[in-house]
Design a protein around this ligand. Sequence first.
Ligand SMILES: NC(=O)C1=CN([C@@H]2O[C@H](COP(=O)(O)OP(=O)(O)OC[C@H]3O[C@@H](n4cnc5c(N)ncnc54)[C@H](OP(=O)(O)O)[C@@H]3O)[C@@H](O)[C@H]2O)C=CC1
Ligand SMILES: N[C@@H](CC(=O)OP(=O)(O)O)C(=O)O
Length: 351
Amino acid sequence: MSMPSFNVGILGATGAVGQTFIRLLEDHPWFTVTALAASERSAGKPYREAANWLSGKRMPDAVAELEVTTTEPSEMDCDFVFSGLSSSVAGDVEKAFAEAGFPVISNAKNYRMQEDVPLLIPEVNADHARLVENQDWGSDGFIVTNPNCSTVGLVCALRPLVDAFGVEKVQVTMLQALSGAGYPGVSSLDALGNVIPYIGGEEDKLATEPRKILGQLENGEIRPADMVVSAQCNRVPVRQGHLACISVACTEPVNVTDVTDALESYRSPLTSEDLPSVPDAFLRVMDEVDAPQPLRHVKNGNGMTVSIGRIQECPVNHVKFVALSHNTIRGAAGGAVLNAELLARDGYLSA
Ligand SMILES: NC(=O)C1=CN([C@@H]2O[C@H](COP(=O)(O)OP(=O)(O)OC[C@H]3O[C@@H](n4cnc5c(N)ncnc54)[C@H](OP(=O)(O)O)[C@@H]3O)[C@@H](O)[C@H]2O)C=CC1
Ligand SMILES: N[C@@H](CC(=O)OP(=O)(O)O)C(=O)O
């Protein structure tokens, strides 16, 4: 597809998600990073000094010498911004960018549940992008969000079951990686050899976000999906990858064969010919008895594939299974890049 080249800025460029944006955008065919912003602590420094680079791969030369600015719209020379900002500041900063006319493609939680803001996973609810037409920031700007990193894996796994059978009840127990808490995140003495059965605010997001994402857009508004989700969230000593242990009751009785067939036969409505960051496999159903595992399988589809396994009958609901997703790629920066690709293809972004 022929597409103009867009100059992009990254808000929160020094954080765990901001750094993932930089890695994913290094050779992007449509997007070039031209502006980086973070807190006063980082502003004024070249990126190589401001960021504590976490990846084993080298920092891209193209950003190493870029000067990090503050998060003032007038400081950012670009066509749109990605936001990997701490939620403590994302509310005010993203609003200021939208009011200044920037499209804002955000990871932060602040605007996810606002009714005119799309909560987007392109393979799941691309039509919800149209909600941006309802936004009025007094400019051409708008905000699009991607879901909480645990919500993403859950919803991708549920999409085929919702389509095939309808889903009424979901129980999910999350085992969440340390990188989900950002950098430096959880202290080593709390994390090592331990499980913390609490992640602030997370269980509520898993109860509400899937209902919006899987809801129907009707007359410019989303009618939330009629399902109930009960979640328990645990921090585990894993670097990358959120593992979801999911039990589902559908609107009709289903068995392991029905669910396996629905998951295996599901075809994403988008391919990499449509958008560059779409993985070859949206879902990968694994039949090894001990898969998926974060250490071995989190990079399936370059971190954009959701890996599913352990599909079994459930004596409480109908079926249970496990889903693994990469929290800083599919669950954050990679999902946001895909959102921007969708918005570019559909004419919502201008270069
Ligand atoms: N990690 C994950 O798996 C996921 C994270 N998210 C969300 O993405 C966002 C970023 O998360 P993550 O990268 O993990 O967090 P980090 O704590 O690693 O990074 C936070 C970023 O915000 C910047 N920042 C902090 N305070 C300010 C301020 N006062 N003004 C301007 N910039 C500021 C930091 O800049 P500086 O370095 O200068 O302090 C840094 O760039 C959060 O909203 C998070 O909830 C969403 C999904 C998954
Ligand atoms: N809370 C998630 C990461 C995160 O930042 O979530 P949210 O974007 O919904 O605030 C985790 O700790 O793994």
